[in-house]
Ligand binder design. Sequence first.
Ligand code: GLU
Length: 509
Amino acid sequence: MPLNEVRVRFAPSPTGPLHMGGVRTALYNYLFAKKHKGTFIIRIEDTDQTRFVPGAQEYILDSLKWCGISPEEGPGIGGDYGPYIQSQRKSSYRDFANQLIENEKAYYAFDSSEDLDRMRAEAKKMGMPNWQYNGVSRMNMKNSLTLPTSEVNRLLEEGVPYVIRMKMPRNEEIRFEDAIRGWVVVNTNNLDDKVLFKSDGMPTYHLANIVDDHAMKISHVIRGEEWLPSAPLHVLLYDAFEWQRPTFAHLPLLLKPDGNGKLSKRDGDRLGFPVFPIDWTTKEGELYSGYREKGYLPEAFINMLAFLGWNPGTEKEIFSLEELVEAFSLERVSKAGAKFDPEKTKWFQQQYLRSTSDSHLAEIISESSEIDISREKLESICALMKERATFPKDIIEDGSYLMSAPNSYDEKMISKKWKSNTDEIMSDWKMILDQLESFDADTIESSFKQFLSSNELGFGAVLLPFRILVTGVGAGPGMFDIAAYLGKDEVLSRMNKGLNYIAEIKNEA
Ligand code: GLU
């Protein structure tokens, strides 16, 4: 069904680095917007000044940029509904809070934090550990519902600090249809009188969020499940202002690999995988590692994230961002928490590494490491190694023998595979290689096969020693490709060097 103008927003608070669950929320918003030819917006929700963390906003924007999820409107981009940072919209919220007071949907509360602490402590003593400021308890508190108007006016004139609270109606059913969860029904008796406007002159998240979603013409609110308990209040606020409600869609939680509980920011480095898109260092100097710095390709990261809570309903797993846009729908987002799977994440990375062009891989490698070989050679090394690598750095680490002759040899493998006649076989094979006129992989392979059959030798008995002499290790890409890449002189000199080395260890034994 075509939707009327779709406008969605990702609305992070700059209270720290963006967890990968946050990136997934941004991704689903982006996919939904693109799918419906709509607009994807970023809004920074920084009304809680006590939780503001310097650098967090830049981190969030850099992370999304690395992922290729780019907004049409947002901080630093502009748009018709800016500013897109809530602290810069401060002056727009007060009038709305006043409007709610006038319509008796909200009220002034003058209770000090000591008053609130006392009430909590008393309730606890009476066996009620979860005291709330709500439709019942508010009648025992210091607010514009309990104090005479003259007293309220006096307190306001004297500048006594106050907050503005939602006047939660008693015993009403709030109903809304969540695009993922279906009908949600909550009785207002279970909800408290949330603060909408704080004594510091700033709105709370709840008020600012609704006012801005309305002002920015947001059609769909797609956000994490942790906001589901706030949604009934948000719905009431829309109704109180007589604004049209957006469609809500609350995304499933991301769970630890064993399914026990939410994936938290500490899990990643503890369990050996990143939880953040890019590295983040706290002001105490603690590092939370990121996918980017670990060597993940953004396409692999995004593809993996898309599948955490959504599936296309087919067997296909590899999706470019464009293909995700095409396939995505909220109907296929699950309600159940999505278990994060580090192995599957690596698998996605391997698939993408393999399909990355040799020239692009060579570019990535030369940007991140100092290696002293030509671009052309590096590309050939990528072509040889990428099938077996997970990260770009594996290509040069595991394939170091493609850049220089090995300095050590897998001795375990040697003692297992070196038979009494292996030296002799290798010397004969060396002579054959020396006589080859062209040194391409096919020629080497066919003369190798001929060598085996004329000497009645088995494949493994000859190939493995050959590989060890040339590369030092027992496994790697096709040996004939390696030999062709290195060239005849290099192969022969390595074989000599390797045979000398083996003779030495045998003498020592
Ligand atoms: N500022 C909230 C957050 O940090 C946004 C929640 C919402 O999308 O409504 O996640």
